[in-house]
Ligand binder design. Structure first.
Ligand code: TYD
Length: 208
């Protein structure tokens, strides 16, 4: 198992366009203003090596096989856990991570069709068994999410709506299988309403 000691590990999951990044930076500001040590990071791309992998994963112009895609995410995650997440947890930070293991289950598992148990086992190797203390799933309907992505689309955002529906369903299944770790927040609401709910979840769980 992991050798995480003092910190608290929160991951944010959900479709592209669900507003994870906005909520993470609002929460990071809130924590900092309340003198709570925290870091913001993201998967893929939380390290320097990860930035290069992220560039390939999101913008490589030719075909990437589903297995290769999975292994690239796992490679990124492995470096991220060792270089950044575990050290930050050991220093007592609340680590706020934009996507983690559940993105692989939703996108590569439910979206691309790779066996879920294989993904779970490979994730264990990549993360040394590190599991988030809390995972916030920002659940949004597929059409609203698509409308929110106005800029140029990356490899995933360009996938058909059918793919995104499978990803959303996948997330809900994964959340159902681990209710003590997951909290689902309806991300069709306004930024402020989502944030209010997020803060009350953290208070309820005595994280803050
Ligand atoms: P994200 O950082 O949310 O992209 P953006 O900055 O464009 O909002 O996520 C990158 C993409 O990678 C996203 O479409 C989901 C995908 N992804 C996977 O398919 N599997 C994974 O394991 C992870 C972490 C992300």
């Amino acid at each position: 198992m992991s050798d995480k000691q003092k910190g608290y590990f929160i991951t944010f999951e959900g479709a592209d366009g669900s507003g994870k990044t906005t909520q993470i930076s609002k929460l990071s500001n809130y924590l900092t203003n309340n003198n709570t040590k925290n870091i913001q990071t993201r998967d893929p791309g939380g390290t320097e090596l990860g930035s290069s992998l992220r560039q390939i994963l999101l913008h490589y112009p030719n075909y990437i096989s589903p297995n290769c895609e999975l292994f690239l995410y796992l490679a990124d995650r492995s470096q991220h856990v060792d270089e950044k997440i575990l050290p930050a947890l050991k220093e007592g930070n609340i680590v706020l991570c934009d996507r983690f293991i559940d993105s692989s289950l939703a996108y590569q598992g439910y979206g691309r069709g790779i066996d879920l148990n294989q993904i779970i086992e490979l994730n264990k190797i990549a993360t040394r068994g590190l599991i988030p203390d809390l995972t916030i799933l920002l659940d949004i309907d597929t059409d609203t999410a698509a409308n929110r992505i106005a800029r140029e689309k990356d490899r995933f955002e360009s996938e058909a709506q059918e793919f995104h529906k499978k990803v959303r369903q996948g997330y809900l299944e994964v959340a159902k299988s681990d209710p003590s770790r997951f909290v689902i927040i309806n991300a069709n609401q306004s930024i402020e309403d989502i944030f209010t709910q997020l803060i009350s979840v953290l208070k309820e769980k005595q994280v803050i």
